[in-house]
Design a protein around this ligand. Structure first.
Ligand SMILES: Cc1ncc(COP(=O)(O)O)c(C=O)c1O
Length: 401
C-alpha cells in the first residue's frame, strides 16, 4: 500500500514514543523512573468529573454543535475576559479535540504552501509537523540556555520576510520550562506591529503553571493592533490534569473561528458531548486544586533544577513555568562511552543508553530542535525525582572517556 507523501514526510511524536516505551518496561516489572510524560501526575478535580458524569446520566450523548455548545464557548470567552482582560464572545471561541487539534486546525486554516512559519527553537515537537502538513515551511529561530531560550526583538526582525505568515510563541514553554516576561513579549509585539501581514499563534496552555516570579502575559493583550492578528490557544489538559479528556480551545477573530468550525465539521465534529459541561465547570468552578498543583510543580522544579545543576558538565536553566527542565548534556556525555562501550554522540544516544543501563526515561532534544539537550518532565513525585536524578548522576559519572 503506497502511503501519501504527506504522511511520509511527518515524524511520529517522540514524546509519546518515550512515554509508551517507559510504560511498556514498567508493565514488564522493570523499575523505570520516567521523566517522559508531558502530563500532570494528579487526577482531574472531582467537581469536573461530576459535571461530566452528570451530563452522561442526563443523556448528553448525542451530536453537539461542532465548535462546542453555546454554554461551553461562553465559559471560555468569560474566562479570557475575566482572567486576561479580553472582550471576546462565543463567536471568537472554538473547542477542539485537545490543544493539539486546535493548533492543527489553525495551521490548516491559515497557512498556504510556500508560507513561512517562524518558530523559536527549542519548540514543542508537533509544531513543525503540523506546519508541514499544512504545506508551510518552518523557519527556526535558534535560542540558547544562556538567554533562557528566548528570542530577541532584533532576531525576530531579521528573520521576517515577505513570506512570513505566522510567528509561534509558546510561553511558558514546552520543552524548556522558561517563559518571557511581559516586557519581553511586548518588545516582540512591537516588532510584529511593523509587519502587518504577520500573524501570531500564542500557545498559552501552561499559563496557570507559573512559579518563577515572572508574571504571565497573554500575547493578544499586549497591543491592540497586534491583538487583532493574534490567535490564542489553551486547553484543559495541563491546568486541570485532563490530558485524556481531549479539550482544547482557540480564541481568535470570528472569521477564523468560522473557518476552523467548517474544517472541524469535516473531521471530528464536536468534542465528546459530555465533556462540554465539564468545560463550564472547570473554568467557572473552584480553582483551588489548580493552585495545589502549581505549588507542587514549583517545589519540584526548584528541587530538580538544583540537583541537575550540580552534575558536572550539565547546563540547566531554571524552569519558571510548565513542568519541564531542559538540560544541555553535551559536555557531560558526548564523546564518552556508555557501559556497553558505545560512544554517545547525540541526545538520542544518551536517552537510549540511559533507559537501557540506568532505567531512566527522558526525551532526547532532537525533535525539539535542540540536539544537545534532553527534556525531563517533573510531573512526578519528589521521591521519583531524587531516585531518577541519582541514577542520571551515577550514569554520567561512570561514562568512560
Ligand atoms: C506546547 C504545547 N502545546 C500544545 C499541546 C497539546 O495539548 P493537548 O494535550 O491539549 O492536545 C502540548 C501538549 O503537550 C504542548 O506541550
Amino acid at each position: 500500500m503506497e502511503l501519501s507523501n504527506r504522511v511520509k514526510a511527518i515524524k511520529p511524536s517522540s514524546t509519546l514514543a518515550v512515554t509508551a516505551r517507559a510504560k511498556a518496561l514498567k508493565a514488564q516489572g522493570v523499575d523505570v523512573v520516567s521523566f517522559g510524560a508531558g502530563e500532570p501526575d494528579f487526577d482531574t478535580p472531582q467537581n469536573i468529573k461530576i459535571a461530566a458524569t452528570k451530563a452522561l446520566d442526563a443523556g448528553v450523548t448525542k451530536y453537539q454543535p461542532t465548535a462546542g455548545t453555546p454554554e461551553a464557548r461562553k465559559a471560555v470567552a468569560n474566562y479570557m475576559n475575566s482572567q486576561h482582560g479580553y472582550s471576546v464572545g462565543p463567536e471568537n471561541v472554538i473547542i477542539s479535540c485537545g490543544g493539539k487539534h486546535s493548533l492543527y486546525l489553525a495551521f490548516m486554516a491559515l497557512v498556504n504552501p510556500g508560507d513561512e512559519v517562524l518558530l523559536p527553537a527549542p519548540y514543542w515537537v508537533s509544531y513543525p509537523e503540523q506546519v508541514k502538513l499544512a504545506g508551510g515551511t518552518v523557519k527556526e529561530l535558534q535560542t540558547t540556555p544562556e538567554s533562557d531560550f528566548k528570542i530577541t526583538p532584533a532576531q525576530l526582525e531579521a528573520a521576517i520576510t515577505p513570506k512570513s505568515k505566522v510567528l509561534v510563541i509558546n510561553s511558558p514553554s514546552n520543552p524548556t520550562g522558561t517563559m518571557y516576561s511581559p516586557e519581553e513579549l511586548k518588545a516582540l509585539a512591537d516588532v510584529v506591529a511593523k509587519h502587518p501581514n504577520l500573524l501570531v499563534f500564542s500557545d498559552e496552555i501552561y499559563e496557570r503553571l507559573v512559579f518563577g516570579g515572572v508574571k504571565f502575559a497573554s500575547f493578544g493583550k499586549l497591543r491592540a493592533d497586534v491583538g487583532e492578528r493574534t490567535v490564542t490557544f489553551n486547553c484543559l489538559s495541563k491546568t486541570y490534569a485532563m490530558t485524556g479528556w481531549r479539550v482544547g480551545f482557540t480564541i481568535g477573530p470570528a472569521a477564523l473561528v468560522k473557518a476552523m468550525d467548517d474544517l472541524q465539521g469535516q473531521m471530528t465534529s464536536n468534542i465528546t458531548s459530555f465533556c462540554l459541561p465539564a468545560v463550564v465547570e472547570a473554568l467557572g468552578g473552584p480553582q483551588d486544586e489548580v493552585e495545589t498543583m502549581r505549588k507542587a510543580f514549583a517545589e519540584r522544579g526548584e528541587h530538580i533544577h538544583k540537583r541537575l545543576a550540580k552534575i558536572p558538565g550539565v547546563k540547566c536553566p531554571k524552569p519558571t513555568g510548565a513542568f519541564y527542565v531542559f538540560p544541555d548534556i553535551a559536555e557531560a556525555a558526548f564523546g564518552k562511552k556508555d557501559p556497553a562501550g558505545k560512544v554517545i554522540g547525540t541526545a538520542g544516544d544518551f536517552a537510549a543508553a540511559l533507559l537501557e543501563h540506568a532505567k531512566v526515561a527522558v526525551v532526547p532534544g532532537e525533535d525539539f530542535g535542540a540536539p544537545k539537550h534532553i527534556r525531563l518532565s517533573f510531573a512526578t513525585s519528589m521521591e521519583q525525582i531524587d531516585k531518577g536524578v541519582d541514577r542520571i548522576a551515577d550514569f554520567i559519572k561512570n561514562l568512560k572517556k
